[in-house]
Design a protein around this ligand. Structure first.
Ligand SMILES: Nc1ncnc2c1ncn2[C@@H]1O[C@H](COP(=O)(O)OP(=O)(O)OP(=O)(O)O)[C@@H](O)[C@H]1O
Length: 960
């Protein structure tokens, strides 16, 4: 039976279901089965066929709020309808009651609350209702997942990275130095931290500074691995922005900026603009270039220090923190926390005290009981009961017990690591502590020199390091250089294997390219700092191409820093760098996560020249080719002058060379033992906490097996009209359908996407979108659902022996809501969990006895007349059921507020007590951190006190 045309009358208020943004309309004319409606809020006028309008009658119920045309806020007390026209009895804020004809309601009123929609018979399908409930559940899960912010990255779950990311991102204002050894994934760690902070809404404006050659690599990794789009600020972009008429500060034009540090230091006005743009997070890669000594600092250091001083969160990245000496390392820590790292000498002295702590931690890690003397030392190190708060005393209680349980030991280890050392500011994982790295194999080639000895003589230059470089760098006469013939032979022998060659300067790179082509017809890709970035990226891609690409890539030292070339397994060190940290950077191009084979390191050196001395010093003295040597930087700085003098001497005394090498070896053995026992052991222990890392890996694995995201997205696509089909290799091809609910589906481009829900596939096929709970499309889809009224009112008809025919149940879905600035992350304590209630006609809440999810039936959306008749007939009962649900929600809201407040205080009070206790013995805890935490606790207390359960959706279940 067709639905009868609604009775329209001039002056009535109606709303457009399809265009709610028009506001509250008023009937202007009803003529010849046509109705004309004016929407005063937008000034638009529409004429509809009266028997087929998208309009619904705006009718307010007792207790609802509205505003009149004079801007008065009013509450509906009652209403009466006469000749199809409604007059409301309303109460103003002073309690005064008055009559208000519906013509005088503010046209901006938006009636979209579920009870209004239901009453007006504006129904969604049951599918949309279910999708909405799923979306609410997903949103709540996302807010509370322990691995939130780490789930959506296209990465293999690696425990040390996940631990660092969670540990750092959860700090109030994280300021740390990520110093894992070369190639262990600092960029990934920084990306994870950034992602977690961004998703939690705790940072908005982000500036990433990297050396120019790494700009594109970062840009691509951020997008490919984390779905993060950064604006690339290179010379071209900046000069275009500067010329823009109304863009005084180019850095204010974007929220997420990736910029070359070199560009900033070369342009003072640009640096000034960056300093005035205000950032929440600063990330600076290859931070060892920021030079500092007690006497002087570089312009790059000064700039980053100025930025760091005004930015709350700072991440510095370097694989070789001691590349410019211990002082440089201290300088970078100082940049993170100038108060804590104020005195260089005090810092050095403090390090001496780390060994006994590390020793005790190591003892606790092995299972055997502590001796009495060790117990006493442990007591002394933790001797803080008098200075501790109750919470802390309780926390450390296990140490008073025999140390039997593994958890007791773990708790004490955590306390020791927290309180001693630089663990809170510095994270350093080493290959030694993380398994799964390939071997390194050295292939030295001693070549008889065809260059006369006098050719190797270098004049003393002002800077000793320059002199050192020049002394070992003599490649412009390649014609007489035996390394060239050796290289040609090697390339032919190794073909088709890819070979990465690194040499000190761009000049040598160019000479070699020419010589290889002229002498042997070998094409080489080149990569050096003199090339524009785009060309460099092209060269790297050309080299990487397994079929078409070149066999060899010739790289200069600076040009190759930070780059990923782990698909190659042969590394030629055409010369050796002047600093062991540079050597480590070079080897790290291949020896990094993702390397699958043994790395062959080829070192050609000219016999009886400075080459040989340097090679022997590295090989026999430092053993620097077989593994990363943590003591190498210190030895270099200790022996630098002698080494340099010997390298510059064309005829060094054999005895002197031997003495240098013997001394280097002795120093290495001694320092290795010291570092292993003290500083490095402590660092390693605090950087890699296997239990925490493993828990996060497990959380990611559980997520990978959880089908809810896939169920939700596919359900939503189907309901929305998005098309999907299986693509190649188990992928999914998703594209906009011809008849979609709206013109666009969020984050779905017109050409569609190829996607996967599997991490394994996403890692193997980078062209596929990795659809997770945190993917931008999922997040936008969740917002689409929860931010609109889709699925907020539904009605189904069903049969159930437990209920008589014509019985009714009302399912009311409430969402815990706490309006708070994102920085507070209030959802930790009050997740937006959906609470589903089931009210029967007697007003009983029955969700405990009836499984809501099992309640299905025939959706009545397509049978509107029946649905509307039912709603009308039962309107009083429905209103009473809604009122009961609201009462129940108000009662639960109080309990929820109390519970959330208690949870917050328990957790933050304990954390505050821990930080205060820590601060008394570990100066790495900054006072600002403690103050911020206290302020956060107070703000949260206020915010949580305003939380409540909000009615989000209603479903009427009618029994036949
Ligand atoms: N969890 C991971 N999953 C997949 N790939 C990874 C992961 N961690 C690191 N990688 C890959 O390993 C390589 C090294 O990682 P990354 O560039 O982050 O290391 P790094 O420590 O920053 O290196 P460098 O010291 O050279 O700057 C990169 O190719 C990176 O993509």
């Amino acid at each position: 039976m067709p639905e009868p045309a609604p009775a329209f009358a001039v002056g009535q208020r109606w709303l457009s279901e399809t265009q709610p943004e028009l506001g509250l309309g008023m009937v202007e004319a009803v003529e010849h089965r046509r109705v004309t409606v004016l929407f005063p809020a937008t000034g638009e006028r529409r004429t509809y066929a009266a028997d087929n309008t998208p309009l619904w009658r705006a009718q307010l119920a007792t207790g609802e709020l509205l505003r009149d045309l004079d801007g008065q806020d009013l509450t509906v007390v009652d209403h009466l309808e006469h000749n199809g026209f409604i007059t409301y009895l309303v109460r103003d804020t002073t309690g005064h009651e008055q009559l208000l004809p519906e013509t005088r309601i503010d046209p901006r009123l938006r009636l979209s609350r579920p009870q209004q929609r239901l009453r007006a018979g504006r129904l969604d399908s049951d599918t949309w209702f279910r999708l909405r409930v799923q979306a609410l559940d997903q949103t709540a899960q996302l807010a509370t997942a322990p691995a939130r912010g780490l789930l959506g990255a296209r990465i293999s779950p690696i425990p040390h990275q996940l631990h660092i990311a969670a540990e750092v991102a959860d700090r109030h204002h994280p300021r740390v130095l990520l110093a894992d050894e070369v190639g262990l994934g600092k960029t990934i760690e920084a990306g994870l931290i950034l992602h977690r902070l961004l998703l939690a809404g705790r940072v908005r404006r982000v500036l990433i500074l990297v050396p120019e050659p790494l700009l594109h690599q970062w840009l691509v990794e951020l997008l490919r691995r984390f779905n993060l789009r950064f604006a690339l600020f290179d010379r071209t972009r900046v000069s275009a922005l500067k010329q823009g008429a109304d863009a005084p500060n180019p850095f204010e034009s974007e929220q997420h900026i990736l910029c070359s540090l070199d560009l900033l230091t070369s342009d003072p006005s640009l640096a000034d603009a960056a300093l005035h743009a205000g950032w929440d997070l600063l990330i600076c890669d290859e931070a060892h270039h920021l030079e500092w000594s007690p006497k002087a600092s570089s312009p790059a250091y000064d700039l980053v220090a100025a930025l760091a001083a005004i930015t709350p969160a700072v991440l510095l990245l370097t694989a070789t923190p001691e590349q410019l000496g211990r002082a440089g390392h201290f300088g970078r820590l100082r940049l993170l926390d100038p108060e804590r790292f104020g005195d260089y000498q005090a810092f050095l002295d403090e390090e001496q005290g780390y060994a006994p702590v590390a020793e005790l931690v190591s003892r606790l890690l092995d299972e055997t009981p502590l001796t009495t003397e060790e117990q006493a030392r442990l007591e002394a190190l933790l001797d803080d009961a008098d200075g501790m708060t109750d919470a802390e005393t309780a926390e450390s209680a296990p140490r008073r017990q025999p140390l039997d349980a593994q958890s007791d030991r773990q708790a004490i280890i955590e306390q020791l690591l927290d309180r001693h050392g630089t663990g809170r500011v510095l994270f350093r994982n080493t290959r030694a502590a993380i398994s799964g790295f390939p071997e390194r194999e050295l292939h030295p080639a001693r070549l008889e020199s065809s260059v006369s000895e006098s050719d190797d003589t270098t004049e003393t230059e002002a800077d000793p390091l320059d002199a050192l470089w020049s002394a070992i760098e003599n490649v412009d006469r390649l014609d007489n250089d035996p390394r060239l013939d050796w290289l040609i032979t090697q390339l032919r022998t190794l073909a088709p294997a890819k070979v990465l060659l690194i040499t000190a300067t761009a000049e040598t790179v160019l000479d070699l390219r020419r010589a290889l082509l002229e002498r042997a017809g070998i094409q080489a890709a080149v990569f050096h700092e003199g090339m524009p970035i785009v060309e460099r990226d092209r060269a790297a891609a050309f080299f990487a191409d397994p079929e078409e690409g070149t066999q060899i890539l010739l790289c200069s030292e600076i040009g190759s820093e930070g780059r990923n070339f782990q698909f190659a397994h042969h590394l030629v060190l055409f010369d050796l760098p002047a600093d062991p940290e540079l050597l480590e950077q070079r080897i790290g191009r291949l020896d990094r996560i993702g390397q699958t084979e043994t790395i062959r390191i080829h070192v050609p050196y000219r016999a009886d020249t400075a080459d040989e001395t340097l090679f022997r010093w590295y090989h026999e003295g430092l053993d620097a080719f077989s593994a990363h040597q943590p003591a190498a930087p210190a030895i270099f700085w200790e022996q630098r002058e002698t080494l340099q003098a010997l390298l510059a001497d064309p005829t060094p005394e054999a005895g002197e060379v031997e003495a240098l090498i013997t001394e280097a070896k002795a120093l290495r053995l001694r320092l290795d033992a010291e570092l292993a026992a003290g500083r490095d052991r402590l660092l390693e222990l605090s950087s890699h906490r296997p239990v925490r890392g493993a828990a996060l890996v497990e959380a990611l694995a559980a997520e990978d097996h959880d089908p809810t995201t896939e169920t939700f997205l596919t359900g939503l696509w189907d309901a929305f009209g998005v098309e999907r089909e299986l693509g190649p290799g188990g992928s999914l091809v998703v594209r906009p359908g011809a008849h979609m609910l709206q013109e666009r589906f969020p984050e779905l481009p017109d050409e569609g996407i190829t996607a996967t829900f599997s991490r394994k596939h996403a890692l193997a096929h980078e062209d596929r979108r990795f659809l997770t709970r945190e993917h931008p499309m999922t997040r936008a889809a969740l917002e689409l659902m929860t931010g609109s009224h889709m699925g907020t009112s539904a009605i189904i008809l069903t049969q159930d022996p437990r209920f008589a025919s014509s019985a009714l149940l009302l399912e009311a879905v409430y969402v815990a809501e706490c309006p708070a600035p994102p920085i507070l992350n209030a959802q930790r304590f009050l997740p937006p969990t959906a609470r589903r209630m089931l009210i029967d006609e007697e007003g009983k809440e029955r969700s405990a006895e009836i499984d809501i999810n099992a309640l299905g039936g025939k959706c009545l959306r397509s049978r509107r007349p029946l649905a509307r008749a039912l709603i009308k007939a039962k309107s009083k009962v429905i209103e009473a059921m809604v009122a009961l649900a609201e009462q129940e929600a108000a009662r639960e809201s109080r309990a929820l507020r109390e519970q959330a407040g208690r949870l917050m205080r328990d957790q933050l009070d304990q954390e505050l007590a821990r930080l205060q206790a820590l601060a008394r013995r570990n100066p790495a805890v900054r006072p600002a951190e403690i103050e911020a935490l206290a302020a956060e606790r107070d703000a949260l207390a206020e915010t949580l006190a305003n939380s409540r359960l909000r009615l989000d959706a209603l479903r009427l279940i009618a029994f036949a």
